[in-house]
Design a protein around this ligand. Structure first.
Ligand code: NAD
Length: 363
């Protein structure tokens, strides 16, 4: 079968990782009799001069048409006022569920024996909604005065304000996504993570809504909840006790990196942003600018994002073939990048390109 997919190479280490991942995905697809055609488009700071925006309309239009995209990481410059392309993509396409499977592969350097956790993070609300007010501006003062007139708690007038909206609608759909994923992928338990003891309004609503959704799956998928601080300690001590985790946006972002650390680091942590009408697949890590152009970083995270993408478009055979090839190369331990070697400065570590070639050979 033929699929047309939008490809955004990204910046920093993005282009070299994208090249490696694209070749692996194409080879696995071809071996399984699947044809993929790419619509390749750039986004990020490098296209601002040409299009006046880091996320040109034609890139969004391509993803809307193809319904599936894969992207390399894109840098978000700090202190320039330029909004993150990654956050903007999720907002513009309503990609409300961020999916991050954290599975430990044999041969990866880690302190654990068994980790197989799937993270589902709400992607559009919470402190990432982008509703913010800089300190000492007229708008910020107005917001503070309004809040001070409505609340017994008083906010200092020289404060900056970031708003944390969490809705029943937004929570309902992301928790439903987690349970549906659990059903389809033979997972047994969903844990809702929150801080409802302190943020009774926002996290309280997230937990209450999750409990309501969980009732619809009673008898099929188990449900429990944890405070986020307690969960972090337990994940470090006993990660094998967790199956699927569902989070509001901010905790999900932070705990995703914690779980990536449990399974060998950002170099092996894939991800996907999924909505009702489109899905964008990308690694958990960023553009690692200090390694740009060095053919050094690990392509596994983006290749495994490609595995998630192949499953999403129904090409399970190609997905399994690619995942098994990645497993073989990692457990063999020879043609792997520096981060997968026992010593980070092991001179036998190979580059991005060479690891991808080994994966293609192992297909
Ligand atoms: P980062 O993930 O880019 O890098 C942090 C460190 O993790 C690197 O220095 C490196 O040691 C390690 N690392 C990351 N990817 C690796 C790989 N594939 N193989 C081996 N090691 C790897 O995080 P950062 O430095 O905080 O962010 C850099 C830029 O990326 C920022 O502009 C940030 O906004 C952006 N970012 C983009 C995305 C995205 O595109 N979805 C996600 C996160 C961060």
């Amino acid at each position: 079968m033929k699929h047309r997919i939008t490809f955004i190479p990204g910046d920093g280490v993005g282009p070299e990782l994208s090249d490696a991942a694209k070749r692996c995905i194409e080879a696995a697809a071809a071996a399984a009799g699947v044809e993929i055609e790419w619509d390749v488009f750039d986004a990020g700071i490098d296209v601002i001069e040409k299009y006046g925006t880091p996320l040109p309309e034609h890139v969004l239009a391509s993803i809307k048409k193809n319904k599936v995209a894969i992207k390399g990481p894109i840098t978000t410059p700090i202190g320039t006022g330029i909004r993150s392309v990654n956050v903007e993509l999720r907002r513009a396409l309503e990609l409300y569920a961020c999916l991050r499977p954290c599975r430990l592969y044999k041969g990866v350097r880690t302190r654990y024996d068994k980790v197989d956790i799937v993270i589902v993070r709400e992607n559009t609300e919470d402190l990432y909604a982008g509703v913010e007010f800089d300190p000492n501006t007229p708008d910020c003062k107005k917001v503070i005065e309004n809040i001070n007139s409505l609340s017994k708690k008083q906010i200092r007038l020289d404060s900056a304000i970031s708003i944390k909206p969490i809705s029943k609608f937004g929570t309902e759909r992301v928790v439903r996504f987690a349970f549906e994923y659990a059903l389809k992928n033979n997972r047994k338990k969903v844990t809702c993570v929150h801080k409802a003891n302190i943020m009774k309004a926002t996290d309280g609503l997230f937990l209450a809504t999750a409990r309501e959704v969980a009732e619809r799956y009673a008898g099929k998928i188990a449900f429990e909840d944890r405070l986020v601080d307690n969960l972090c300690m337990q994940l470090v001590q006993r990660p094998e006790e967790y199956d699927m985790l569902v989070f509001p946006n901010l905790y999900g972002d932070i705990v995703s990196d914690l779980c990536a650390g449990l399974v060998g680091g950002l170099g092996v942590a894939p991800g996907a942003n999924i909505g009702d009408d489109a899905a964008v697949f990308e690694a958990t890590h960023g553009s690692a600018p200090k390694y740009k152009g060095m053919n050094k970083v690990n392509p596994t995270a983006l290749i495994l994002s490609g595995v998630l993408m192949l499953r999403h478009i129904g090409e399970d055979k190609a997905a399994e073939r690619l995942e098994n090839a990645v497993k073989r190369v990692i457990s063999d331990g020879k043609y792997v990048t520096y981060d997968l070697k026992a010593e980070r400065n092991d001179p036998t570590a190979v580059g991005t390109r060479e690891m991808a070639e080994a994966i293609i050979k192992a297909l």
